[in-house]
Design a protein around this ligand. Structure first.
Ligand code: FNR
Length: 190
C-alpha cells in the first residue's frame, strides 16, 4: 500500500533550495512512497476570531494534511528559528482545539541553510512544536543541510553526490518510520 507524505516547505521563494531538496528526497524515495506538496503561502494568518467561520484556505490545508500518512518538513532557518509562514501553517493545522490534523502523524525534519550550520536552530525549534503536536518524529538520521545553494546545478538538479547519498538513506529510513508509526488508515479517516 502506498504511503502518502505531506511535504511542507518553509520557504515561499521560487528558487528555494529547501524546495529543491524536498524534490530531491521525493526522487530518492523508495517505491511505495508518494509525496504531496502542500502549499502554505496563501494561508491567512492564524486568528482565533476566524475559527468559527474558517477561511477556505485553512479548511483546504487541513483536509490535505489529514488525507496523508505522514509529514515531511523541509525548511530554511530564519533568524535561528522557523520561518513565520511555516509556524503559521502549523498553527492553522493544529486547530480547532482537539482536532489537530497533525495528531499522531509520523514526521521528519530537514533543515537547510545557505550557511554552514544547516539550520540547526530552525530544526530544533520545529521539533519543539512537533513534540507538543504528538507527532512521532524521526530522530536519526538528523538532517541539517548546509551550503544549500551550492548543491544544485542551473536546472535545479542535485549535483552533490554525498548529499544525494545522504538523502537517499534519509528517505529510506523515513519510509520505514512511517510504516512503523502511521495510524491505521481507517482510524485516521474516522
Ligand atoms: C536567512 N538566512 C539564514 N541562514 C541561516 O543559516 N541562519 C539564519 O538564521 C538565517 N536567517 C535568515 C533570515 C531571513 C529573513 C532570510 C531571508 C534568510 C539565509 C538563508 O539560509 C538563505 O536565504 C536560504 O537560501 C533560504 O532558504 P531557501 O529559500 O533557499 O529555501
Amino acid at each position: 500500500q502506498t504511503q502518502t507524505v505531506a511535504v511542507i516547505v518553509g520557504s515561499l521563494r521560487k528558487d528555494s533550495a529547501s524546495r529543491k531538496i524536498a524534490k530531491a528526497v521525493e526522487a530518492l524515495s523508495p517505491p511505495g512512497v508518494a509525496f504531496r506538496f502542500i502549499e502554505i503561502g496563501a494561508l491567512p494568518h492564524f486568528d482565533q476570531d476566524l475559527e468559527a467561520a474558517p477561511p477556505q484556505a485553512w479548511t483546504d490545508f487541513r483536509e490535505q494534511v489529514k488525507a496523508t500518512d505522514a509529514v515531511l518538513f523541509v525548511t530554511p532557518e530564519y533568524n535561528r528559528s522557523v520561518p513565520g509562514v511555516l509556524k503559521n501553517a502549523i498553527d492553522v493545522g493544529s486547530r480547532p482545539y482537539g482536532q489537530s490534523v497533525f495528531n499522531g502523524k509520523p514526521a521528519a525534519v530537514i533543515s537547510t541553510s545557505a550557511g554552514a550550520l544547516g539550520g540547526f536552530g530552525a530544526n530544533h525549534h520545529l521539533r519543539q512544536s512537533l513534540a507538543f503536536l504528538n507527532m512521532p518524529t524521526l530522530n536519526q538520521p538528523e538532517a541539517y543541510v548546509g551550503n544549500s545553494l551550492a548543491l544544485f546545478d542551473e536546472h535545479g538538479e542535485l549535483v552533490n553526490e554525498s548529499t544525494a547519498e545522504f538523502l537517499r538513506a534519509f528517505a529510506t529510513t523515513f519510509a520505514a518510520w512511517i510504516a512503523q508509526h502511521a495510524p491505521a488508515r481507517d482510524q485516521r479517516q474516522a
